[in-house]
Write a protein that binds this ligand. Structure first.
Ligand SMILES: [Zn+2]
Ligand SMILES: [Zn+2]
Length: 230
């Protein structure tokens, strides 16, 4: 007897959550995502169909394979994946699970998906992300991007969140969460300072100047010493 999984016939596509790195085509005309684990080498668009990553001739999600798109049921569980160093700059995606799917305790493995919303965390400096900038790595033909602010991304290839959404197409929404407004993230140099902060800055500068002068004096002594002997 062949065991069959119970069939589900949802009226609406199920919703799932996952993380992925945003990518921009090298000519800057297309935007998509690249996964963080299985199948991560293949960038995908907002509306995409999975193919077997092992090149087998079946349609994902094949029961005896582990191919297909993957997502989890719980937004917080997907978000937690962004804590690891290598996934800090990944975006949190909310997806519609389309086509055939296999339901597991924690998520789905499935044939097709539509990315509805992509959420970018803050820039490395702590500012709320305003754009997605060249992350310094990628896939052939695709540059990986990371959330950034205008100040930190200066000089690097970048697109605003709205531009990324437009290039990706299919009604994708891109938003930013976390972080502080860009001006505050710049710290004392960029923010309005009160008297206590200025006094603290002055004390710090004075301490550095004292250290600098003591180093100069030491070098001066040494220089004089050798001259005397010569
Ligand atoms: Zn397969
Ligand atoms: Zn920044």
């Amino acid at each position: 007897m062949r065991l069959r999984l119970p069939a589900e016939r949802p009226t609406e596509p199920p919703t799932g959550y996952k993380i992925a790195h945003p990518v921009l085509s090298v000519d800057g005309t297309r935007a998509g995502f690249t996964g963080v684990s299985l199948g991560g080498a293949l960038p995908y668009g907002v509306l995409a169909e999975a193919s077997c990553v092992y090149g087998r001739r079946h349609r994902p999600p094949a029961r005896l394979c582990d191919c297909g798109f993957h997502c989890v049921h719980d937004r917080a569980a997907a978000d937690a994946l962004r804590c690891t160093a290598e996934h800090r700059t990944a975006l949190l995606l909310e997806v519609s699970v389309l086509g055939t799917y296999i339901r597991f305790e924690r998520g789905f493995r499935y044939a097709r998906q539509r990315v509805r919303t992509a959420t970018a965390g803050p820039c490395a400096c702590g500012a709320t992300a305003a754009l997605l900038a060249d992350a310094g790595w990628g896939r052939p033909g695709w540059r990986a991007l990371a959330p950034g602010c205008a100040g930190c991304a200066r000089g690097r290839t970048s697109v605003t969140l709205a531009e990324f959404a437009r290039l990706a197409g299919e009604g994708l929404r891109v938003r930013a969460d976390g972080g502080v407004p860009a001006a505050a993230a710049l710290g004392p140099a960029g923010a309005e300072l009160g008297v206590p902060e200025l006094v603290a800055e002055a004390a710090l500068l004075q301490a550095r100047l004292d250290w600098f002068q003591s180093q100069l004096a030491r070098l001066g002594d040494r220089g004089t010493g050798s001259a005397d002997k010569g």
